[in-house]
Design a protein around this ligand. Structure first.
Ligand code: E4P
Length: 217
């Protein structure tokens, strides 16, 4: 399973990339606004910090506008993945970029039907938003299970399931059990993945016992 970091905060990205466990980054207009930085500048920094795909979202809503914006974004670096919304225009723009060998992340996916269309359009990634479904009383992980099952039926679907809107470690664990290809994880949740109180307790005991031996390694 690949881990992408879901942030536009370059310091957090560099910090987490240093673990060697980060395979890519996803951004969206809200995360860029939160960073307070120029969109193109921040993307350039992120693309230099991680070798894997970096999602950059268009803001136009018509096919032509998405293509124009996407082409500008794609020129930033080779590892840019153009992020388009799951609309008819977004799907047409997806097809265009796929035909031009540019990676595409089709975002704002909330149904299995939409995910089928993203695969048909040749998306590199489809991003179902699990947390936002949970927020409205639907089961986000159930959608991941459905999409993974559907994609497995067709060996000519090459779209990777990128689990987005991740809110807690269990979203990541369930996604991995279902065989989702990627989880994009906020830095705080990524850091939570390593935590277990028995690890801390066990380490404290080992260190205390080791001190008693008076030895050094
Ligand atoms: C990533 O591509 C999405 O934009 C992001 O995961 C959305 O997360 P949120 O629902 O927490 O805003």
């Amino acid at each position: 399973m690949k881990f992408f970091v879901d942030t536009a905060d370059i310091e957090e990205i560099r910090d987490l990339a240093a673990t060697g466990l980060v395979d890519g980054v996803t951004t969206n207009p809200s995360l860029v606004a939160k960073s307070g930085r120029d969109f193109f500048e921040v993307l350039k920094d992120i693309c230099a910090a991680v070798p894997g795909p970096v999602s950059a979202e268009v803001t136009a809503t018509d096919e032509g506008g998405m293509i124009r914006e996407g082409e500008k974004l794609a020129r930033i670096a080779k590892n840019i993945a153009i992020k388009v919304p799951l609309t008819w225009d977004g799907l047409k723009a997806c097809k265009y970029f796929t035909n031009h060998k540019t990676m595409v992340n089709v975002t704002l996916c909330f149904s299995a039907a939409q995910a089928i269309l993203a695969a048909k359009a040749g998306a590199t990634f489809v991003s179902p938003f699990v947390g936002r479904l949970d927020d409205v009383g639907q089961d986000g992980m159930q959608l991941i299970a459905e999409i993974c099952t559907i994609y497995r039926q067709y060996n000519y679907f090459h779209t990777e399931v990128l689990v987005a809107s991740v809110r807690n470690p269990m979203h990541v664990v369930y996604a991995a059990k279902m065989g989702a290809h990627v989880a994009t994880v906020p830095p705080a949740v990524l850091k939570q993945l390593v935590q277990h109180p028995l690890t801390d307790k066990g380490l404290a005991t080992f260190l205390a016992d080791w001190q008693k031996t008076g030895q050094k390694i």
